[in-house]
Design a protein around this ligand. Structure first.
Ligand code: COA
Ligand code: AMP
Length: 626
């Protein structure tokens, strides 16, 4: 069946299409309906189905005789370790750790925060929660204590699971100081913090609630899977919105499993036994969908990589892993490939390795610019698939569906809508735009299985943030166009979300942090183009009267690292006497962004005082020439 045939098949009978897909996975109780009659804004997929996601990812494979197949390969250049875990072994470790959680009082519907580096225990923690029907929320290890605190506050976990440290190339990052700081910032306490002690750094545990992972695991009896309803939440994953408060994206069990299984076969073109490698982190959605749940549900071997594309030890790291583990599909962020290209433009290290196992390379998380995709295709020598999606959708909204049919590539385009998504380009007024006209990218409701069902305990915010701008549509927050052949070009965010090296952050969050500094009267943070990381944040600040420049810029860098984390890559501040504003007092961030990125600036008619722009232009010019 061609892509267009499958797409039309779905359009004509979406319920039947998804019900057929649902039969590809093992339910406790098979659903008889796919989408129930609820409102399109909050679909309840496979409502009468009963399932357990950990069972699908582990027990099912063992029951089917695939227990000895390798489920997970931990490859850690930062510790010089490579470890293989079969489905049986992973099941044994997971069910035992589920027993630990159960003994700590965690049960179906409880929340658990996981704040861990890229070690196999992170996957075990996620699966162990899923096994009990508990809802996990993984927080990226690069977030500082206060960011962790805001997630603890919102998710109200019973237990926190963490490790003694992360390792950034050759730097040990102790986690417990950040966990303790976070807990000191929230009013509610947790029953326990379970710490996996790594040999690279052992933490002295204090008090009755800090517990040693291994001691508990040694004593626990395995726990069985708890059946849950299809629509029960599997996890919450916080992502940045336009304000400082992160949004807790809620994902269900049934729709999620069906969608991931579908996408691995039809979009990524992988089958049981294939080796799938997402070089990302469990703290991001890619890590949830395509390091842990997707590949395991599909019965693939997933690579769990604790390293970087460069510096661990060099720009040949990816190609070493592909060769050593016979990787069939590699998935990472465009930034990773730009970092490799910067160090190895000729692709010499690529040619030092046998990449014959590799069928496709996928890239997502930010725009894959034509220069990078062209370089990748030429040097790696396999088709490169740009795919566009978000934490909210959990799987690609648009891609080249190589598992169905490999379509021609147009550099700069994420290719075509995935089956299940109806993509339209709308004007600010909500009118549908014609081919090649740029506008806001919207998805017609209902969203397919696997997409977010709501914001954790905040249906109202879900509606306001995504569904209210264009009734009947989900508003993606991205802008772009569809060309005459139906190819989608995603050009960037239309809101104040910033994408740094494939990491999504909110300029609002950064502004809130900068405003906390005693010397700052007001500030605006905007994204500047960066050749390696796509975007980086730049601050424009106005000092309080009587304050002098002094070390403010330096202390803002430290403040952002302490409050948000080093991944914000906040390095540059411009001190100005005033910020450009509208007559009603709104800061003109878009104008600042255009000036910063050398784009032609049309002075907005609503500006209060156009002369403000002269000083800003001067400050930027002085910086560019310095
Ligand atoms: N824990 C603690 N700190 C972390 C961290 C983590 N998990 N991840 C990153 N950081 C720190 C880094 O050490 C760095 O600190 P520094 O400023 O003190 O050097 C800072 O955050 C910025 O990190 P990063 O964006 O990784 O920049 P880098 O210059 O160290 O590396 C790349 C550049 C291109 C190698 C890196 O950005 C990369 O691997 N990008 C791919 C991104 C990706 O996979 N995204 C997943 C989404 S799909
Ligand atoms: P996240 O939720 O962190 O995965 O970030 C999602 C955002 O990353 C999207 O809204 C886009 O702005 C951007 N993005 C992801 N994939 C792509 C892509 N293939 N092309 C362009 N932008 C992308």
């Amino acid at each position: 069946m061609s892509y267009i045939e499958q797409y039309n098949d779905w359009c004509e009978n979406p319920d039947e299409f998804w019900l057929t897909q649902s039969k590809q996975i093992a339910w406790y109780r098979e659903p008889e309906s796919s989408l129930n009659a609820g409102p399109a804004s909050s679909p309840n997929w496979f409502a009468d189905g009963e399932i357990n996601t950990c069972h699908l990812a582990l027990d099912h494979h063992v029951q089917q005789g695939r227990g000895e197949q390798i489920a997970l390969i931990y490859d850690s250049p930062v510790t010089s370790k490579v470890e293989e875990y079969s489905f049986s072994r992973l099941l044994e470790l997971t069910s035992r750790f589920s027993g630990v959680l159960r003994d700590l009082g965690v049960s179906k519907g409880d929340t658990v925060i996981i704040y861990m580096p890229m070690i196999p225990q992170a996957a075990i923690a996620m699966l162990a929660c899923a096994r009990l029907g508990a809802i996990h929320s993984v927080v990226f290890g690069g977030f500082a204590g206060p960011e962790l605190a805001s997630r603890i506050k919102d998710a109200e976990p019973k237990v926190i699971l963490t490790a003694s440290c992360g390792i950034e190339v050759d730097r040990i990052i102790p986690y417990m100081p950040m966990v303790r700081e976070a807990l000191s910032l929230v009013e509610k306490t947790v029953d326990a913090t379970v710490v996996f002690q790594r040999s690279e750094h052992q933490e002295l545990l204090v008090g009755e609630s800090e517990l040693d992972w291994q001691t508990l695991a040694n004593d626990a009896l395995p726990a069985e899977c708890v059946p849950v309803n299809s629509s029960d939440p599997l996890y919450i994953l916080y992502t940045s919105g336009t304000t400082g408060k992160p949004k807790g994206v809620v994902r269900d069990n049934g729709g999620h499993a069906v969608a991931l299984n579908y996408s691995l076969t039809n979009i990524f073109g992988v089958d049981r036994g294939d080796v799938f490698w997402s070089a990302s982190d469990v703290g991001w959605v890619v890590g949830h969908s395509y390091i842990v749940y997707g590949p395991l549900i599909r019965g693939c071997t997933s690579i769990f990589y604790e390293g970087k594309p460069v510096n661990t030890p060099d720009s040949g790291a990816f190609w070493r892993v592909v060769e050593q583990h016979s990787v069939n599909v590699l998935f990472s962020a465009p930034t990773a490939f730009r970092a490799i290209r910067r160090e190895d433009p000729e692709g010499r290290r690529i040619s030092e390795h046998d990449l014959s196992s590799l069928r496709h390379v996928f890239a997502a998380g930010e725009r894959l610019d034509p220069t990078t995709i062209t370089w990748m295709q030429e040097k790696i020598g396999v088709p490169v698939v740009d795919n566009w999606w978000q934490t909210e959708t959990g799987w690609p909204i648009a891609a080249n569906p190589v598992g169905i049919q490999e379509l021609a590539v147009k550099p700069g385009s994420a290719t075509v809508p995935s089956v299940g998504y109806r993509i339209e380009i709308l004007s600010d007024q909500g009118n549908r735009l014609a081919a090649n006209q740029q506008g806001k990218i919207a998805l017609k409701l209902p969203l397919p299985p696997g997409c977010m069902t709501t914001i954790w305990r905040d249906d109202r915010r879900f509606n306001e943030a995504y569904l209210s701008e264009f009734p009947g549509y989900y508003c993606s927050g991205d802008g772009g166009y569809i060309d005459e052949d139906g190819y989608l070009f995603v050009m960037g965010r239309v809101d104040d979300v910033i994408n740094i090296a494939g990491h999504r952050l909110s300029t609002g969050d950064l502004e809130e942090i900068i405003s906390k500094h005693d010397s700052i009267a007001e500030c605006a943070v905007v994204a500047a183009f960066d050749e390696l990381k796509g975007e980086i944040p730049i601050g424009f600040v106005v000092l309080k009267e009587g304050e002098i420049d002094g070390d403010v810029c330096k202390s803002l860098v430290s403040l952002v690292r302490k409050e948000l984390g080093a991944i914000a890559c906040y390095k540059q501040t411009f001190v100005v006497s005033r910020l450009p504003k509208t007559r009603s007092g709104k800061i003109l961030r878009k104008t600042l962004k255009m000036m910063l990125n050398d784009q032609a600036v049309t002075v907005p008619p609503t500006i209060d005082d156009p002369s403000v722009l002269d000083e800003i232009a001067k400050v930027i010019a002085e910086f560019s020439h310095s």
